[in-house]
Design a protein around this ligand. Structure first.
Ligand SMILES: *Cc1c(COP(=O)(O)O)cnc(C)c1O
Length: 222
C-alpha cells in the first residue's frame, strides 16, 4: 500500500465525522512526509523536538506541526517559532515555558492536556485532580500566548476492545467535565486526541476529534 492511498483511505474513513487525521511522521525521512503532504495530509505529529525542528524547514509552511511526545521544558524554545499544538502538556511548568517562548515570537501555541488513562505505569499524563489544579491556578489564568484546545491520551497497548473503549470513554468524560467547568462558551476548547493505527475506530466511536496514525500509513517503524 502506498502512502498516498493510505492517506486517502483515512480521509475517506473520516469524511462526515468530526474527527481529523494527525499523520505521525516520526522516524521517517522528509521525502516520505512530502509524499503524505502531496496526498493531502496537513497535520503532522512528531514525538521528538530535534527531529521536528530538523524536518520543519524542509517542508511546506502550511503544515500544522503537533508535538505528541513528552517535552522537557528546556526544549520548548527549539519549536516555539512554528509548532501549532503541543499535545503532551503535563505540567504548569511546561505551560509557563510555552508562554515565555511563544511570547518571544509574538505568537500563540496551542496545548492539549495529556491524561494518564492507560493501565501501564510507564505512560505519563495528568490525573483529573492535577489538571484541575492547573486550571484553577492564577499562573494559568494569566497566560496570554498559550491556548488550551482540548485533551489527549495514549490508551493501553492491548487488543482488549472493552478496555480500550473504557479508556477512550474516560478521556471523553474528562473533556466534557473540563469543558463544562472551565471552558463553557470557549469554541477553541474542542479537541479529544485519541486513537492510533490499531485502535482508531474505537476512538472515533468514543468521540475522538484527532486520531494520531503512523504505522498504518507508513508501514512499521524500524
Ligand atoms: C507513535 C505514536 C503514535 C502513532 O502510533 P502508530 O501505532 O504508529 O499509529 C500515536 N501517538 C503517539 C503519542 C505516538 O508516540
Amino acid at each position: 500500500m502506498s502512502i498516498s492511498s493510505q492517506i486517502q483511505f483515512f480521509e475517506s474513513q473520516l469524511a462526515g465525522t468530526n474527527c481529523r487525521l494527525v499523520t505521525v511522521t516520526k522516524t521517517h525521512p522528509v521525502e516520505r512526509l512530502q509524499e503524505a503532504y502531496d496526498a493531502g495530509a496537513r497535520l503532522f505529529g512528531e514525538n521528538k523536538v530535534q527531529e521536528m525542528a530538523a524536518k520543519q524547514p524542509e517542508l511546506p509552511a502550511d503544515i500544522e506541526w503537533h508535538l505528541i511526545g513528552h517535552l522537557q521544558t528546556n526544549k520548548v524554545k527549539y519549536i516555539a517559532p512554528f509548532v501549532h499544538t503541543i499535545q503532551s502538556v503535563d505540567s504548569l511548568k511546561l505551560l509557563l515555558e510555552m508562554e515565555k517562548q511563544a511570547a518571544k515570537h509574538n505568537r500563540v501555541i496551542n496545548g492539549l492536556l495529556q491524561f494518564h488513562i492507560a493501565a501501564e505505569e510507564t505512560k505519563t499524563g495528568l490525573t483529573l485532580a492535577e489538571a484541575e489544579e492547573i486550571l484553577q491556578s492564577e499562573a494559568y489564568k494569566s497566560l496570554q500566548h498559550v491556548r488550551l484546545t482540548g485533551v489527549m491520551a495514549i490508551a493501553t497497548n492491548t487488543p482488549d476492545e472493552t478496555q480500550l473503549r473504557r479508556e477512550f470513554s474516560e478521556l471523553s468524560g474528562y473533556f466534557e467535565l473540563l469543558k463544562s467547568r472551565y471552558f463553557t462558551g470557549n469554541e477553541a476548547f474542542r479537541e479529544i486526541s485519541m486513537g492510533m493505527s490499531s485502535d482508531y475506530q474505537l476512538a472515533i466511536a468514543e468521540g475522538s476529534t484527532l486520531i494520531r496514525v503512523g504505522s498504518a500509513i507508513f508501514g512499521s517503524r524500524n
